[in-house]
Design a protein around this ligand. Structure first.
Ligand code: NAP
Length: 276
């Protein structure tokens, strides 16, 4: 078994994830895994970085596929005995003018952004090594969507005692409410992406609490963050930040020094803790 530290970035064949891998290849003292759901796109991205003299490794990972997640977990356990850095970056977003019915957009968006990210965490958080770092890439869209939830929902999402099961129930309810077209009456904002990212930010707060309760001595730091508005296929060419600039806050959180005791359980933007 290798004693080399290991970092994994989900959805890193392009966009911000690709730039996170590039930065980690330069600054993380260990093996860095570029992962992609499509091995062809993944290997192409690896080759691009190799041309620059960088040495990312590749592993297939589709966060929608439990089998693919378990294969990665087994590989990491067997080869490294665990994981030092996990960046949950993979996500999807429908374009604003997409004509897909809202209920379908809600189901598909929540499936990847919330449930896929949660499934990765369920399998990989238990194998995080002491002093490990977990970065869940959320979005400022989570804060703005939170502000547009009913008072009752806002209270639940800001609660310091909400459980993962309760969060899953709420995310499931959102999808169900969109199918019955009662989501607005039930206090939800009209944004599937925003709600999925509320899920990611709140999940991060819950997971950080879990580490405090169950593995206090392991000094693992887990945070949610926003990369900013970044020129990628997701956000389009008008966004102000380059993908490299978008990688800065996630990389800062992934490389927090081992003597840092925070940030932990926070929502971070521009390397600064935000009020949730
Ligand atoms: P992007 O260019 O569209 O890249 C998304 C990446 O996620 C791609 O590599 C994509 O792979 C991958 N992905 C999607 N579904 C996946 C799945 N089921 N399994 C594995 N990988 C999957 O988007 P981006 O702008 O870089 O976004 C990166 C992160 O930043 C996301 O979490 C996004 O929500 C967040 N964010 C972005 C912005 C922005 O302005 N760009 C703002 C706030 C937050 P394929 O190539 O196979 O599709």
């Amino acid at each position: 078994m290798s004693s080399v530290p290991v970092a994994v970035v989900t959805g890193s064949n392009k966009g911000i994830g690709f730039e996170i891998v590039r930065a980690l290849c330069k600054r993380f003292p260990g093996d860095v895994y570029l992962t992609a759901r499509d091995p062809g796109r993944g290997q192409e991205a690896v080759a691009k970085l190799q041309e620059e003299g960088l040495h990312p490794l590749f592993h297939q990972l589709d966060i929608d596929d439990p089998q693919s997640i378990r294969a990665l977990r087994d590989f990491l356990k067997q080869k490294y005995g665990g994981l030092n850095v996990l960046v949950n970056n993979a996500a999807i977003a429908f374009k604003v003018n997409d004509q897909t019915p809202f209920a379908v957009q809600a189901e598909v968006t929540l499936k990847t952004n919330f449930f896929g990210t949660r499934n990765i965490c369920t399998e990989l958080l238990p194998i995080m090594k002491p002093y490990g770092k977990v970065v869940n890439v959320s979005s400022m869209a989570s804060s703005s969507a939170l502000g547009r939830c009913s008072q009752e929902l806002q209270k639940k999402f800001r609660s310091d005692t909400i459980t993962e099961e309760e969060l899953v129930e709420l995310m499931t309810k959102f999808v169900e409410d969109t199918k019955k077209n009662v989501h607005e009456k039930e206090g939800w904002p009209n944004t599937a992406y925003g709600v999925s990212k509320i899920g990611v930010t709140v999940l991060s707060r819950i997971q950080a609490r879990m580490f405090n309760e169950k593995r206090k001595g392991d000094h693992i730091l887990l945070n949610a963050c926003c990369p900013g508005w970044v020129r990628t296929d997701m956000a389009g060419p008008k966004a102000p930040k380059s993908p490299e600039e978008g990688a800065e806050t996630p990389v800062y959180l992934a490389l927090l020094p081992s003597d840092a005791d925070g940030p932990h359980g926070q929502f971070v933007s521009e390397k600064t803790v935000q009020t949730w």
